[in-house]
Each structure stands twice: as C-alpha cells, then as structure tokens.
Design a protein around this ligand. Structure first.
Ligand SMILES: [Fe+2]
Ligand SMILES: [Fe+2]
Length: 583
C-alpha cells in the first residue's frame, strides 16, 4: 500500500512536474516570440524610418551614400559597394571599408577609378543585376559558383580578408534593376567576428534595396527634369542674347554675377548682410532669375536693342544723309556753274564771277559744317541743348531742288531722331525697351515654378526696380523690393556699364563704372548696402578672374592660343548710364 501510494505520488508528481515544465516552456516560447516580434517591429520601424529619410533626399550622390550606409549598418557589414546599372555595365558609385576607414565616390571627394563591371554572369554583382536574384555567400574563398579573383586580388594587395558576401539587386517600382548593393563581412556585434549574413537580414536588406531603388529612380527623374529645365532656360537666354551680336553673354554674366553676389553675402560676417545666408535652393532661385531676367527682350525689335546712333533703324541712316549732302553739294555747284555761264554770256565782269565763286565756297563750307554737326549729333554721347536742337531744325528745313523736285535737307523723322537730347532712343523706343521687363514678368508669371523657384518671376521682374520706387514696371519700393531683385538690379547695371561689346558705348574704365554706380546708389536707384559690399569685396575682380579662367580652359580645349580681349578704353560717352539702365 505504501509502495502504491509512493508510486501514485511519484506519478502525480511527474504529471505535475511535466505540466509545470510545459507551462514553463510555453512561457519561454512566448517570451522568445515576444522578443522576436519586438525585434522585427524594430527592424520594420527602422526600415520605414530609412524609407522616409530616403524619400526626402533629392541629391543623388547623398542618396546613394545614405543607402549604402544604412544597408551596412542594418546588416553590420564591414564593407560595401553600391553600383548603378548604366547601359550594359555596373558603374561603381560608392565604396566603403570600415576596417580601412576608407570611403570613395559619392560626396567623399575621392573619385573611384575602377572601370565599370561588364554584365557577365561569372561576376556575382553582374549576375545579380542580370537575374534580379539575391546572392548570399558565407565564404567567398570556398564558393565555386562565381569568379572571385577580384576580391582575392584585393585581399592579397591590401591584407583584407573577404569572407561573407551579400549581393542584392535594386529593383524599382517598374521592376527594373537599376543597381546592385554588395555587402561584405557581416559582423557579430557581440563577438566582433565575421559571420554569414543571417537570412532575416537578407529579406530586410532586399526590402531596403527596393525602397532605395524607388528613391534613386525618383531622384534621377527629378534631376533629369531639373537638367532639362536648366538647359531650356539657358537655350532661351542664349537665343535672346544671340539676337543681337552686341548683347551676347549679357544674360549669362548677369546670372553668374548674381550667383557670385549670393556667395559674397553668405561669407559676409559684418554689416547688414551678416545674418543673411542663402540656402543652396535660394541661391539657385537667384541664378535662374538671372538667366531669365531679360526673357522679355524676345519681343523687343533688334534694331531698337542695338540702336547705337540716333538715325539707326535697320541701318544707320546717317549714310543716307551723307549721300544727300553730297547731292546737295553737286546741285549747288551745278546751279552756280549754270549761273556762271549765264554771267559770262551776258558779259559780266570778273568781279561778279569772283563774288559768286566766294559765295559758293561759303555755302559749301556751311554745308560741310552742317553735315559734320549732324554726324556728331547722331552719336548718343552728344547732349543736345536747346540751341543744338534749334540748329538741327534750321538745317533740316533748308531746301534744295533736284530734277525739279524740292526737298528738305532732313526729313521730319531725321530731325526728330537727331534732336534726341540724351542717348540714342526716342521716347517711344525707350518705352519699347522698358517694356521688356513687363514682358519678362508676364511670361514668367505663366510658368508653374516649383516651391524652391517660386520667387523667380518676382526677382527677374524687379531687375529694373529702384530702391526709391522710381523703377519699373511695378514701382516697388523699400521692403517690397526683394533682395533677389536688388541683387539683379545691381549686377545688371554693372554688367551693362562694364561690358566692352555694347554698340552704344566703348569699354568704360572700372573707376568710371564705380563712380556711376555710386551716384546711382546715392540717388536711391540701387541698393547702397549691396553696392558697398560689391565694392568692398571687389566682386568684379573675382568675376573677371573666373571669366579669364573659363576662357583659358575653353581655348585649351579647342587647342587655340589664348586670346585677350582688347576693348578700347577711350572716352566715355555721356549716355552710357542711360542706356545701361535699360539692359
Ligand atoms: Fe539685363
Ligand atoms: Fe533688363
């Protein structure tokens, strides 16, 4: 009985114990499952965070770098390479090796000199790019499926020991393989030993790679669109500049000078601009506004844009006036000869003929003097006072008769043009020139600029506005005139004054340019703080150096000898500033 009892107790005990063990096991299993679920939760959260970070990075180099960094950190890989598929090859984009603390490609500043990898199946990365399969190799030294002479050579040369390798294709939303991630030497974080890439990390890395591929494709699309937009803007600007051989390069120089002013402001650590820093996007906005500032000139007639003398239309009509004056001289001579014959036939004295000869001489001298005055008045540099305008009218209303037809020395239109007081433009022509900025504004307001470029119409459209509100087309004043517009206003005026290729002036010495700019700033026409910074930092010198460097490189590329621009620094014509204001 006691034996039975004992057996009973033992069997009960066993049952109880078994139950407890099972419970304990269940508890442990549950604990394990909980921690595994937490681990996965964490991994998925991390993956989702990475996805968000990836989708917000638009710079392709930075994005590629971020992808490789995250993939390496995710898998505790010691080294990694990211390739993009370009044509029939894989191009090395970023290479990282933590053991050697080396980083090349991307934004590292160290270029990768390795040649692209041809798409052949023997190469593991190429295989992955061809097939779209992930390849997980525990040890590259024992693997037989692929040709690993490359990693082995690398190991022999550097002392590195390549072991485990994970190669994951990057497939975008269209299922296209756009690149490959190659990770090397997964590391056990506790023991710090190299281990094969665990299966759970493989699937998560595949998820990361597809997110990365989508982000890369988006970034490439955005970059492609941006490149297209930039090229289009430059083509348009060049077409406008090239309409006139004299203004070629004005728009480009204004854009580059505007960009340079942003850099100068960013570096300025004193004065009004010390707290102003243009972000790369804001700097870009000013650059694009510079490229587009004169887009409205597409509607300005070329003969007005280029009008270098008062009588110039399609051609300079002063040549017509000169020919007419030659004709007048011939007519006067013929008239006198006729008269002289008549006097001789009538037996008049030599004295009378002598007097007639003298009269003709005086008339011809006056005629030549008048022509000289007209030619001089025709240039924009001649300020026309009331008496000069009066003299033009007096000359113009004189008459001569040829073939029985009596004509004025000058037509009404010639008198009107020659009487232009300042510069070479009639008021109607000046208005037409000024209209280019209204057209710029009108055209740019129709373009749906992205958020970062939303101020382009305002900046470009305000390049002829003045700080004192006297500019056009909107008459913006004070704070209503944005800094971007002020910058373009200054550099546009500077460029027009200093360029050596304008028809209405010869190259102006920099001292004269500065004195005109200063006078304009003193009169509230341009921003005096900006001008002070421009002068203090001698921005024109920096820009000239940049231009010279560019020319030198272009000449070297074309295999030409360097040519130096030899603009004349002759006398400065008085209307230069007037005309430059319309640039
Ligand atoms: Fe301009
Ligand atoms: Fe302009």
């Amino acid at each position: 009985m006691s034996e039975n009892k004992k057996n009973l107790r033992e069997s009960d005990l066993t049952k109880i114990t078994n139950g407890e063990v099972k419970k304990e096991r269940r508890r442990e299993n549950q604990k394990f499952l909980d921690s595994y679920a937490r681990y996965f939760d964490n991994q998925i959260k991390k993956l989702s965070d990475i996805g968000i970070a990836l989708s917000s990075e638009k710079n392709l180099d930075k994005l590629l770098e971020m992808i490789l960094n995250e993939a390496m950190s995710f898998t505790s890989a010691d080294a990694g390479t990211l390739y993009t598929k370009e044509g029939e090859a894989l191009v090395f984009k970023i290479m990282v090796n933590n053991t050697f603390k080396t980083r090349s490609g991307g934004t590292s500043g160290t270029p990768i000199t390795l040649p692209p990898v041809n798409l052949v199946r023997e190469n593991v990365s190429a295989y992955s790019a061809i097939t779209g399969e992930t390849v997980n190799i525990p040890d590259v030294y024992t693997a037989k499926e692929f040709d690993f002479t490359g990693p082995r050579k690398y190991d022999a040369a550097t002392g590195y020991k390549s072991t485990s390798m994970l190669v994951v294709p990057m497939k975008n939303q269209d299922n296209e393989i756009i690149g490959v991630l190659q990770l090397l030497n997964a590391t056990d974080t506790l023991t710090e030993t190299v281990i094969p890439f665990p299966d759970d990390k493989v699937s998560l890395t595949e998820s990361l790679a597809s997110q990365a591929a989508v982000a890369i494709t988006n970034a490439q699309l955005i970059q492609g669109m941006e490149n297209l937009f930039n090229s289009f803007v430059k083509v348009m600007a060049t077409a406008i500049d090239e309409r006139s051989p004299y203004t070629g390069g004005h728009i480009r120089r204004v854009a580059e000078l505007g960009e340079l002013m942003c850099d100068v402001i960013n570096k300025s650590n004193a004065g009004k601009f010390k707290n102003i820093t243009f972000t790369p996007e804001e700097r870009k906005e000013i650059l694009i506004a510079g490229w587009m500032h004169d887009v409205g000139k597409i509607t300005t007639p070329v003969h007005i844009m280029d009008k270098s003398t008062k009588l110039e239309t399609i051609s300079d009509k002063v040549e017509l006036v000169k020919a007419r004056f030659m004709l007048i001289e011939t007519v006067l001579r013929a008239e006198w000869l006729e008269k002289k014959v008549e006097l001789l036939q009538n037996g008049n004295s030599g004295e009378e003929i002598q007097k007639g000869e003298e009269n003709l001489g005086a008339t011809l001298e006056e005629l030549r003097d008048d022509l000289e005055f007209i030619v001089k008045s025709n240039t924009g540099g001649e300020f026309m006072s009331d008496d000069k305008v009066e003299r033009i009218r007096n000359i113009g209303t004189k008459t001569f008769t040829h073939n029985g037809e009596t004509s004025n020395y000058l037509s009404e239109s010639e008198i009107e043009n020659l009487s232009i007081r300042k510069g070479t433009l009639l008021e109607s022509e000046r208005k037409l020139m000024q209209d280019h900025v209204s057209v710029t504004l009108k055209m740019l307001n129709q373009i749906p600029f992205t958020k970062h470029l939303r101020n382009v119409p305002l900046f470009a459209g305000s390049h002829h506005e003045c700080v004192d509100g006297s500019g056009y087309p909107l008459g913006l004043k004070g704070d209503d005139l944005p800094l971007g517009g002020r910058i373009l206003n200054l550099v546009d005026f500077y460029e027009a004054l200093s360029a050596s290729d304008r028809p209405y002036k010869k190259k102006m010495p920099i001292e004269k340019v500065i004195s005109i700019l200063q006078a304009e700033a003193d009169h509230g026409k341009i921003d005096s703080d900006l001008l002070a910074l421009f002068l203090k930092e001698r921005v024109w010198e920096t820009y000239e150096k940049m231009e010279a460097e560019k020319k030198k490189n272009a000449a070297a590329e074309a295999g030409e000898s360097e040519s130096s621009e030899t603009g004349s620094v002759d006398e400065v014509e008085s209307d230069t500033a007037e005309k430059a204001k319309l640039a």
